[in-house]
Ligand binder design. Sequence first.
Ligand SMILES: [Cu+2]
Length: 70
Amino acid sequence: MTTSTYTVTGMTCEHCVSAVTSEVSKINGVSDVRIDLNSGNVTVVSSGPLDPDDIRAAVDEAGYEVTDPA
Ligand SMILES: [Cu+2]
């Protein structure tokens, strides 16, 4: 299992959280997505290392932006 953490800007409510959770969950190998709304921290649990570009694309698809890691 691999855990990686990203910072996402623009999420303001539980609806945003569900949108990001839903998109990121679609990435192959992702088993769990935990989001802290206040800090914007998104923790992704996966079966193996993920391509950060996939995370960025999924978050972008949901309408938000990953600020870290660049
Ligand atoms: Cu919202």
